[in-house]
Design a protein around this ligand. Structure first.
Ligand SMILES: [Zn+2]
Ligand SMILES: [Zn+2]
Length: 168
């Protein structure tokens, strides 16, 4: 487009812009400013490079003065498949078994499985434990050994750790 290409550095684009301005004798400055703006737009540069139809569509909506004719032409001529962004799975987290902060044994099959547990909270943060472990611990130490704050104890029944994480 007007001799620009997607690989140009910002300095090269600027130089090319100045060259175009003198070439057209400052007669089409507004158009040249637009073109210069497009070539500095990362989304547009991506579209030029990957030619993906959804990237092209995105440019139409996201750019300030989108080169609609050019984008439409690219859209029609592209043979590339739309880019699909696959969400990273968080299976690893869900599959790992949370363990009791106090005894170290398994607390639940996963952070999403329904269980009874205790939430211990102090200035150091929050920890999960078996209800029996937490009760025993609190009866011996009501204050945190590190931050010296009283430990807030919540027994949470028939819930899952994941939900509780989001709630507190
Ligand atoms: Zn325990
Ligand atoms: Zn603490």
């Amino acid at each position: 487009m007007l001799g620009y290409n997607a690989e140009m550095s910002s300095l090269q684009r600027k130089e090319h812009h100045e060259k175009l301005k003198s070439k057209y004798n400052n007669k089409i400055n507004a158009e040249l400013e637009y073109a210069y703006g497009w070539m500095g737009n990362g989304n547009f540069l991506d579209a030029l490079q990957n030619q993906a139809p959804n990237q092209i569509e995105y440019c139409k909506r996201s750019m300030e003065h989108p080169p609609l004719k050019l984008l439409e032409k690219m859209r029609q001529e592209t043979t590339v498949q739309a880019i699909t962004l696959t969400r990273k799975k968080c299976e690893a987290d869900i599959m790992s078994k949370p363990s009791c902060y106090l005894c170290g044994k398994t607390l639940a099959e996963s952070i999403v499985s329904i269980t009874d547990f205790s939430l211990l909270k102090c200035n150091c943060g929050q920890q999960y434990a078996h209800i029996s472990c937490a009760d025993k611990h609190i009866s011996n130490n009501s204050q945190c050994g590190i931050c010296k704050k009283y430990i807030m104890l919540n027994h949470i029944r028939h819930s899952n750790l994941h939900k509780t994480l989001l709630r507190f």
